[in-house]
Design a protein around this ligand. Structure first.
Ligand code: NAP
Length: 258
């Protein structure tokens, strides 16, 4: 048994695999990067603002004997996704795995929703996810092997007050994943979605105690999730063992939405 990340024991091996994790500098993305590297993959993790955090994530992986590299690449700029994939295949010779994790949250009631916030959410969460897959699928289809995982959210399936735009982008990535899954199945590229519930990261720290109490009352398991619990689901979907799983949504939400 390999230890992928603190607390995650895993049976899967990703030896020889090369992975990109967008937004791998913090939160769920960082945990995915650590978990995949712990399973043997070489991981290129990306960031847009947090260079120091990204370099620290690389150091954490290397200190455990893993291989990782941090690259600045904004998912909202499609050309940067093409450059990211080109740089990865040039340096490491292949690309087997994409975890399209980078995302932002901007909350607000519908009547106060600004067009600029709507556009920013769509550009990063929806267009960015699709653009990263479009870039990654090229070497994967040539190699006739690929594993793509999109990060959606529980609110993409159940909706949430104050999250019209965010939820729309997270619902959108599910439709995109299913379409790409159908398009590239014949090339042995699988595309799946992980839909986390509420996970303790920077994205959820702004919640007030009152919001947390209401939230917890709706979660059958009675607690928020950990990034490593999402990463474990991602690790399964990018493994060889998940070869017959495509176009699926794996919910990691403590039962909040069934
Ligand atoms: P987080 O802690 O806020 O981290 C976000 C990551 O995305 C950071 O590494 C950030 O890089 C990167 N990023 C943001 N905008 C980017 C861009 N334009 N290009 C490239 N990278 C960008 O978020 P998280 O909570 O780990 O969430 C990760 C994913 O899971 C997101 O897609 C989120 O929507 C989804 N999710 C989260 C939760 C939750 O409860 N936390 C629940 C459901 C779904 P910088 O540090 O450089 O800005």
């Amino acid at each position: 048994m390999l230890e992928a990340a603190p607390g995650v024991l895993c049976m899967f091996s990703l030896n020889e695999r090369v992975a990109i994790v967008t937004g791998g500098s913090r939160g769920i993305g960082r945990s995915c990067a650590e978990t995949l590297a712990g399973l043997g993959a070489t991981v290129v993790l990306t960031y847009v603002k947090g260079e120091a955090a990204a370099l620290e994530a690389v150091q954490a992986i290397e200190s455990k004997g893993g291989r990782a590299k941090a690259l600045k690449a904004d998912v909202a700029v499609s050309a940067e996704m093409d450059e990211l994939v080109a740089a990865t295949t040039k340096e490491f010779g292949r690309l087997d795995i994409l975890v399209a994790n980078a995302g932002i949250a901007i909350d607000g009631l519908l009547l106060r929703l600004k067009d600029e916030d709507l556009d920013a959410l769509v550009a990063t969460n929806l267009r960015g996810t699709i653009a990263s897959a479009r870039a990654a699928v090229k070497p994967m289809m040539k190699a006739r092997y690929g594993r793509i995982v999109f990060l959606s959210s529980v609110v993409g399936e159940m909706g949430n007050v104050g999250q019209t735009a965010y939820a729309a982008t997270k619902a959108g990535v599910i439709g995109a994943a299913k379409s790409i899954a159908r398009e590239y199945a014949s090339r042995n590229v699988t595309v799946n979605v992980v839909a986390p519930g509420f996970v303790d990261t920077d994205m959820t720290t702004h919640m007030t105690d009152a919001m947390k109490t209401t939230l917890l009352s709706g979660i059958p398991l009675g607690r928020t999730g950990q990034a490593s619990e999402v990463a474990a689901a991602v690790a399964f979907l990018v493994s060889n063992e998940a070869a017959y799983v495509t176009g699926q949504v794996l919910r990691v939400n403590g039962g909040l939405y069934m």
